[in-house]
Design a binder for this molecule. Structure first.
Ligand code: SF4
Ligand code: SF4
Length: 190
């Protein structure tokens, strides 16, 4: 149990770091999400790794929600993230503070090309609906402005658990796998 909890803690620390860097980047580059958007939570092709949802799974077990969520995920037949919720005319995330690494970096992180040049990987929604802001943020990056790099955070996840950090799955499958791993972990402990 200690080993798994230790991994959960390390992932949480890394995710907090990603969040901090993303927030700082948004502030410096003058860019932010569209109001109550969550389009990315409903993209069909969004992928994640089980490792980044281990903290969520751990807390789900502690709060006695894990089995209910596993059951509900079995019946969830949409590519939209299981935790994306539309309430009172707004989209949002039901587990915001426990969301995965991709959720914290998507839309506001950089990719590197083969020459190591950083490119701003902005989301489609911002590109379409806020092109001027995106252009200014791109200029900031092109002038050498600091931004979180997706590959750095995923590399650090790999150092925590090579196997679970390298399984890129559709997001609902990644969440399900994390829940199952924590479920079986505690089953064997009983
Ligand atoms: S990253 Fe882009 S798609 Fe996702 S919530 Fe923000 S603005 Fe919307
Ligand atoms: S976990 Fe939350 S933030 Fe991440 S994709 Fe799902 S709804 Fe969106």
């Amino acid at each position: 149990m200690v080993a798994l909890y230790h991994k959960v803690q390390r992932v949480e620390t890394l995710q907090e770091m990603a969040e901090k860097e993303t927030k700082a980047f948004k502030k410096r580059a003058g860019i932010d999400c569209l109001c109550h958007c969550s389009d990315c939570c409903r993209y069909e092709q969004i992928e994640a790794t089980p490792l980044e949802f281990m903290p969520l799974a751990w807390h789900a077990y502690k709060l006695d929600l894990l089995e209910d969520w596993l059951e509900a995920l079995e019946k969830h037949d949409s590519p939209a993230c299981f935790f994306a919720r539309f309430e009172n005319g707004r989209w949002g995330c039901k587990i915001y503070h426990l969301r995965g690494m991709i959720c914290r970096l998507f839309g506001f992180s950089g990719l590197t090309d083969k020459n190591g040049k950083v490119k701003f990987a902005v989301c489609h929604s911002l590109k379409e609906k806020s092109p001027n802001t995106v252009e200014k943020a791109k200029e900031y990056v092109e002038k050498g402005g600091k931004m979180p790099l997706l590959c750095n955070f995923y590399r650090r996840l790999t150092a925590i658990d090579f196997v679970l950090a390298n399984q890129y799955l559709p997001i609902n499958q990644a969440i399900k796998k994390a829940l199952e791993m924590v479920y079986f972990h505690f089953c064997y402990k009983r």
